[in-house]
Design a protein around this ligand. Structure first.
Ligand SMILES: Nc1ncnc2c1ncn2[C@@H]1O[C@H](COP(=O)(O)OP(=O)(O)O)[C@@H](O)[C@H]1O
Ligand SMILES: [Mg+2]
Length: 422
């Protein structure tokens, strides 16, 4: 059996982290079998080399190796890509076509981003995994194939299962053995090593002297979160290699290449950007809605008081805080001296009188107002619940990140999780 070191050399894998070594060791161990393997880990951690190792060390190495990015194939064509189709199966199917499962007979298929597979395709995949049988799209003739599956995902499969997006039985079928690759921030001992390797590769590629890091610059690399993992580190090494005339790279220079270098929050990178912009927009809406709700219920309280007691001094005194809260800032900004509490109260009284003037009696009206408030509270609670759920999902249950995205404290979030029984 080839050693982990030899495999790393053969497949160009840099690093000495223990978890990385364990992952490679597992790949070597399962390679002679036909066991399905699920490779897990964040985006950019190097998942793609694992199925290659498994295929190359297996008895299938002379068979085909096909890598399929399940997230990149449109839902409408993925069944046909994987399993083929019969002539006339759908508009444009002018010829019978073989799919990857037929072509890769006796070989290996790597299903990258397997969490993205549509549910209907998952059913077909489960069948192939169970007995090697499949149907071309538009055909009723069962075909047989002998394919080894290695799948990879960077999403939390349990979450996907819980949301009904991934079949549980398929998950267990795929993940007979799971190989997890650690994020780069958990293997800081490898960061400098990887950077030097990339710097030297790019120096060769662009025919320039290799860049060198000062100690301070190295420290910056070690401190950084690397949400895009090795892919991101490689990009940074490439950019600096190409753009910096001075080949000695200082801490200052490197900071210029690291997004949100001072923040510990997830860096905004590539495809997560739009989502994060969207969520901050929602965050604003969320705050506005809750402020409005609070104002409305304050106003209702005051109106009810006025309806009961009229605009007498006691009402003003007893509700001073409320009045200040509702009208305080506005009168500062817009009316200054012109407005005083009395005038404000008389406006409130007018609205109260308008309510009473209605055909319904005052009490009914108040109940009616209460009911409306109840409904508003409910739908706002739904919104809040939905926002919290989505945020937790996005951050894979990490409360700290979700709380920071929602603009509330972790403690408040915890309270809400309990309140909504999440
Ligand atoms: N240990 C490693 N040594 C050298 N390069 C690596 C290593 N791990 C990943 N890479 C490089 O990082 C990039 C991202 O790796 P990839 O396997 O595509 O990540 P993933 O599939 O997990 O998103 C690729 O260019 C790959 O060659
Ligand atoms: Mg990948």
């Amino acid at each position: 059996m080839e050693s982990v070191q030899a495999i790393k050399q053969r497949f160009g894998i840099i690093g000495n982290n223990q978890k990385l070594n364990r992952a490679i060791e597992k790949a070597i161990q399962v390679s002679p079998t036909d066991i399905s393997v699920l490779v897990t880990g964040e985006s950019g951690v190097g998942k793609e080399s694992i199925p290659k190792i498994i295929h190359q060390l297996s008895h299938r190495k002379h068979g085909k190796y096909i890598a399929v990015n399940c997230g990149a194939i449109p839902e409408g064509t993925i069944d046909s890509e994987l399993f083929g189709h019969e002539k006339g199966a759908f508009t444009g199917a002018t010829q019978t076509r073989s799919g990857y499962f037929e072509v890769a007979d006796n070989g290996t298929i790597f299903l990258d981003e397997v969490g993205e597979l549509p549910l209907t395709t998952q059913v077909r995949l489960l069948r192939v995994l169970e007995n090697g049988e499949f149907l071309k799209v538009g055909s009723s003739q069962v075909q047989k194939t002998n394919v080894r599956i290695v799948a990879a995902t960077n999403v939390n499969m349990f979450e996907a299962i819980k949301k009904g997006k991934f079949r549980e039985d398929l998950y267990y079928r795929l993940s007979t053995v799971e190989i997890n690759l650690p994020p780069l921030r958990d293997r800081t001992e490898d960061i400098h090593l990887l950077f030097r390797k990339f710097a030297s590769d790019f120096a060769l590629k662009y025919k320039m002297p290799t860049i060198k890091l000062t100690d301070e610059a190295t420290l910056e690399l070690l401190k950084f979160r690397w949400n895009g993992n090795i892919r991101q580190l490689r990009n940074v090494a490439e950019q600096i290699s190409v753009l910096e005339e001075n080949r000695t790279i200082t801490g200052d220079t490197i900071r210029g290449y690291l997004p949100n270098a001072t923040s510990n929050l997830p860096a905004v990178i590539s495809n997560t950007k739009s989502e994060s912009d969207f969520s901050s927009e929602r965050e604003i809406l969320y705050k506005v809605l809750f402020d409005m709700k609070a104002d409305l219920s304050d106003l209702k309280k005051l109106t009810a008081e006025l309806m009961k007691h009229g605009n007498d001094k006691d009402v003003q005194k007893n509700n001073e805080g409320l009045i200040q809260k509702i009208y305080g800032n506005e009168s500062d900004a817009e009316y200054d001296e012109a407005e005083d509490d009395l005038e404000i109260l008389s406006i409130a009284e007018q609205s109260a009188t308008a309510l009473v003037d209605n055909n319904l009696n005052a009490l009914d009206k108040y109940h009616f107002a209460e009911e409306i408030q109840e409904e508003e509270t409910l739908s706002l609670q739904d919104k809040e619940l939905e926002l919290i759920k989505k945020s937790l999902e996005r951050h894979q249950g990490k409360r700290k990140l979700a709380a920071s995205e929602l603009g509330i404290s972790e403690r408040t979030l915890y309270r809400k999780i309990k309140q909504y029984d999440l």
